[in-house]
Write a new protein. Structure first.
Length: 452
């Protein structure tokens, strides 16, 4: 597209990361320059944004009275369609990117019927953000939308909110409209959804519910409780060198078995020759974090709830992972406390991790899900996936996710499992598919094939 430029580091030509990280900012800026403020995303895509869906879409559709029904091809097989249409009297200015959206209630009313089937997690997440029927009814009564009233009432009843459903039907009928309730979804959630201000709380719970059965189907039966705790921990110790080499290599670090052994046995002089050696710092941090994870596994094998154990201990894992960088003065102690405070992106991924505020909403939900999940394989596979999906730290999320995987595997009696660097491409592709398409099957298959 002539006249538009995205600043990028030299040498990143062909890397999709710069485009995906700039995507929504570009869409907002382009729309304002071409259309002023007379534009908004469609109701469906507005709901995507409200629901916390962070995937970059293949096509963005903008509505505007100034539209010319033309499709503009963009980079990496994405596109923008601006079509001529009226827009809501009032639009919501989304604060992160500056996008114009349908107001939430209006977006739910004007969403296409297909949206409730194809994007059921997003649709249910947005429905759970509605406190009462008032805003929905203002839209319905203003436009006399009896067919839409029946659909949205059915949608609320589907998520277990009969109070709002009844209010919509009775009010519209009271105004003389012939409302016939219909459920736009094709299935029922296992448990009723409650009102949530944060969309990420509902989204994560629905994703977990949607994915867990596939993991159970694919995973081998759990060996069960470990009686010989010390014997199991010895087997974990025996995996350390192999695990460190592969886990760090997956992240792009250049480590050798000799370096890993050097830092393990304590031949470690960070103030001297290793001070500028980042790979040595990372290897030492991995060793210290591994020991902390080993302690968590010991507690789990002795009866502590696995979700509660990881909730309590994962800050210590992270602190130990980066402590060598504090020792040599590269990081400060306060850098290792809490979750990230800035946005982070994953190289080459269409998935944009949660914003910092959303991370604080999401992490307690993850640990509640781990605590209450009865199946250890689900805890392991989804624990790992959800951790990297949320991406709570600026760096080290992959290593932390694999630590979660193995802590949860231990809770079911499975052996410590190494993800080999030789399967990195397959492993990362499976994570991307789960993040972007919501399909956990490939990732579950990868992990299943590695568990012995």
């Amino acid at each position: 597209m002539k006249g538009w430029y995205i600043a990028a580091r030299p040498g990143t030509e062909g890397d999709t990361t710069v485009w995906y990280t700039s995507f929504w900012y570009f869409i907002a800026k382009y729309a304002v320059v071409r259309l002023g403020e007379q534009w908004c995303l469609t109701a469906d895509q507005s709901l995507d944004l409200y629901s916390g869906k962070t995937t970059v879409p293949v096509q963005v559709i903008i509505k505007s009275p100034k539209g010319h029904n033309n499709t503009q091809k963009l980079m990496y097989d994405t596109s923008l369609l601006v079509f001529q249409s009226e827009i809501p009297d009032q639009v919501y200015k989304e604060p992160e990117y500056g996008l114009n959206l349908y107001p939430l209630a209006e977006a739910l009313v004007y969403a296409t019927p297909r949206y409730f089937q194809v994007e059921k997690i997003a649709a249910r997440t947005c429905l759970a953000m509605i406190r009462d029927a008032a805003d929905i009814l203002k839209v319905l009564t203003k436009n006399g939308a009896s067919l839409r009233a029946g659909r949205i009432a059915g949608a609320f009843r589907n998520i277990g909110n009969s109070e709002i459903a009844d209010s919509i039907v009775s009010t519209m009928r009271g105004f003389g409209y012939d409302v016939r309730e219909e459920d736009p979804f094709e299935d029922q959630p296992r448990t009723p959804l409650v009102y949530e201000v944060s969309p990420y709380v509902t989204r994560l719970r629905l994703m977990w519910e949607n994915m867990r059965d596939k993991v159970v189907e694919l995973f081998p039966e759990a060996p069960g409780k470990i009686d010989d705790v010390e014997g199991y921990l010895r087997s974990v110790d025996e995996k350390y060198s192999e695990d460190a080499y592969h886990s760090l290599s997956i992240e792009g670090y250049r480590v050798s078995p000799e370096l890993i052994e050097k830092v393990r046995v304590g031949n470690w002089k960070p103030e001297e020759e290793d001070k500028e050696h980042k790979n040595a710092l990372v290897a030492r941090g991995y060793y210290q974090a591994f020991q902390a994870v080993r302690g968590t596994i010991s507690d789990i094998l002795k009866g502590k709830n696995a979700g509660e154990a990881v909730r309590a201990d994962h800050p210590v894992w992270y602190m130990q992972m980066w402590m060598p960088f504090v020792t040599v003065g590269i990081l400060q102690r306060e850098d290792l406390v809490g979750y990230r405070t800035g946005q982070v992106y994953i190289r080459g991924s269409q998935h944009i991790p949660l914003n910092p505020k959303a991370v604080r909403d999401a992490m307690p939900v993850l640990f509640d899900l781990l605590k209450n999940e009865p199946h250890p394989a689900v805890r392991a596979v989804l624990g790992h996936f959800f951790f990297v999906y949320i991406h709570p730290y600026m760096d080290g999320n992959g290593r932390m996710g694999r630590f979660v995987l193995n802590a949860m595997l231990a809770s079911g009696g499975y052996n410590w499992t190494v993800v080999p660097v030789e399967r990195r491409k397959e492993y990362m592709k499976a994570l991307e598919k789960a993040s972007v398409e919501g399909d956990i099957s490939e990732f579950a298959k990868v992990i299943t094939s590695l568990v012995k």
